[in-house]
Design a binder for this molecule. Structure first.
Ligand SMILES: *Cc1c(COP(=O)(O)O)cnc(C)c1O
Length: 482
């Protein structure tokens, strides 16, 4: 742009600046009065100021506007307010094929758990109040008996998540001491949870034993010294070492620990309170087995396979749990009454394994039959085809879903869904699919799939609200030309 042109733009926008109406004039507009009635003067005034501020800055930066009249501003204000009032955290359709998706909040709660959360949220509750004695109580005792009943543990405590459970266990049992861990179990979980970092953060020194593929009992035995505070076994939930491998099982390790007079903690990660093989799913280790094999402490997540709220469950021997509960970090890592309400209700479902697969959404989704999902895909595909426009073809297809959240990524569940491809095999098809994915994410209830092999894949295993899904498809925005 020539200097003269730049100057004229600047002059143009500065002139426009001078004509920007005042906040008072905007607030006096009839359309804005309606906004004020609905949303209150404070909020609307603040948004009007912010909008004017942004426009002023844009004008300074040389941007010119078609109109800066009061009506145009009222329109922009209404749009801005509508956008601001959409909740930041909202439900989405998780069609990624990963049932327990950490980025999407993992387990969906059972109806029983939701009802109990709602009840606890809206009223005071006996969170730390013993109704029998009338004295101060402990929030842990509310679910401790149930956890002990289900796992056979002597005692139990609950923290904010399993990462906190491991951190607290190491801090309480081995701070300023050594923690012995196999090199084959130095796990990193998504979201920067790494065993070496956790052990260090807990104030302990990690002693690695064995090799990546093989660790033997004598490796642990040779590493144990008077400085040893804890043996830690970590379930390698998100990867598998195959071939020439050996690891020391819980029973043998517990014997090594017992002889040395050192506690054994097992981090199961997901852990499952029921044998998933009985439901035709890949086996996950059970906390009750680890305890029966002699572990002093077992930690596992509340919102992975357990299917409850985000929480870290710590179960084990009375003495070890007492130390964990007394540690000052416990206060910082404790759970809220909402979590405890959801956890108690979820654990309660495990008392009735006969109905668990119907009542616990996580198990219901994981055991959903491929045939049922395929039938759903057949019903949904036509609606999707007509909504996404004729540049794409949506076809039902057999797929494989994953459990997620650290459960073996190599274990897949036969599933079905809709695969969307570009009709033209142009070079831009990748960008067109990205644009389509963005349109789906912009729906009132965002639809999240995955892009793989030049296709947008929507795995329908986790689609339970079929009618709501189809109903919002016509709202799909227009395709932007890539
Ligand atoms: C998932 C996992 C954790 C962390 O649990 P969160 O509940 O996500 O904090 C720790 N250890 C293992 C082995 C895991 O799989």
């Amino acid at each position: 742009m020539s200097t003269a042109a730049v100057e004229s733009t600047v002059r143009g926008s500065k002139d426009q600046l001078a004509t920007l109406p005042s906040v008072d004039r905007i607030l006096a507009n009839r359309a804005v009065a309606t906004l004020i009635e609905r949303h209150g003067r404070t909020f609307v005034t603040r948004q009007a100021r912010a909008l004017l501020g942004e426009w002023r800055e844009a004008a300074f930066a040389g941007q010119t506007f078609d109109s800066l009249g009061v009506d145009a501003i009222a329109d922009a204000l209404a749009t801005r307010i509508a956008a601001r009032l959409v909740p930041a955290l909202k439900p989405v359709f998780n069609l990624t094929g990963t049932v327990l998706h950490t980025n999407l909040g993992r387990a969906v709660l059972a109806e029983e758990a939701i009802a109990r959360v709602v009840a606890a949220a809206g009223a005071p509750a006996n969170l730390e109040f013993d109704l029998g004695s009338g004295a101060r109580g402990d929030r842990d005792t509310l679910v401790e008996a149930l956890l002990c009943e289900l796992t056979g543990a002597e005692a139990a405590t609950v923290v904010n998540n399993n990462a906190a459970g491991v951190l607290l266990t190491v801090a309480a049992l081995a701070s300023r001491r050594e923690v012995v861990v196999s090199r084959g179990e130095l796990v990193e979980i998504g979201g920067a949870f790494r065993i070496p970092d956790v052990v260090r953060s807990a104030g302990a020194r990690m002693v690695e034993v064995g090799t990546t593929n093989r660790t033997h009992p004598r490796d642990y035995i040779e590493a144990i010294t008077p400085r040893t505070g804890l043996l830690l076994k970590v379930h390698t939930s998100n990867y598998e070492v195959r071939g020439f491998t050996t690891a020391v099982d819980e029973r043998t390790l517990a014997e090594v620990a017992r002889r040395a007079g050192v506690p054994l903690a097992v981090d199961l990660g997901s852990g499952s309170l029921v044998d998933l093989a009985a439901y035709g799913l890949p086996r996950e280790p059970l906390p009750q087995d680890a305890l029966a094999q002699g572990a002093d402490v077992v930690t596992f997540s509340g919102d992975k396979l357990l299917g409850g709220p985000q929480a870290g469950l710590i179960v084990g021997r009375r003495t070890a749990i007492a130390k964990i509960r007394k540690h000052p970090l416990k206060r910082a890592l404790r759970t809220s009454k909402l979590t405890i309400a959801a956890l108690e209700a979820t654990l309660g479902l495990y008392r009735h394994p006969e109905t668990l697969a119907e009542r616990l959404p996580t198990l219901r989704l994981l055991t959903r039959g491929a045939d049922e999902i395929a039938a759903l895909a057949q019903r949904v595909a036509p609606a999707l085809t007509s909504a996404i426009g004729d540049r794409f073809a949506a076809t039902p297809a057999a797929l494989e879903s994953q459990i997620g959240s650290g459960s073996l990524p190599v274990a897949v569940l036969p599933s079905a869904g809709v695969v969307v491809r570009c009709r033209s095999s142009r070079k831009s098809s990748g960008r067109e699919l990205q644009a389509l994915a963005a349109r789906l994410r912009a729906l009132p209830v965002p639809v999240l799939g995955r892009i793989a092999d030049d296709a947008l894949v929507l795995d329908l295993r986790t689609l339970t609200e079929e009618a709501a899904f189809v109903a919002q498809l016509p709202l799909l925005g227009p395709m932007e030309t890539p």
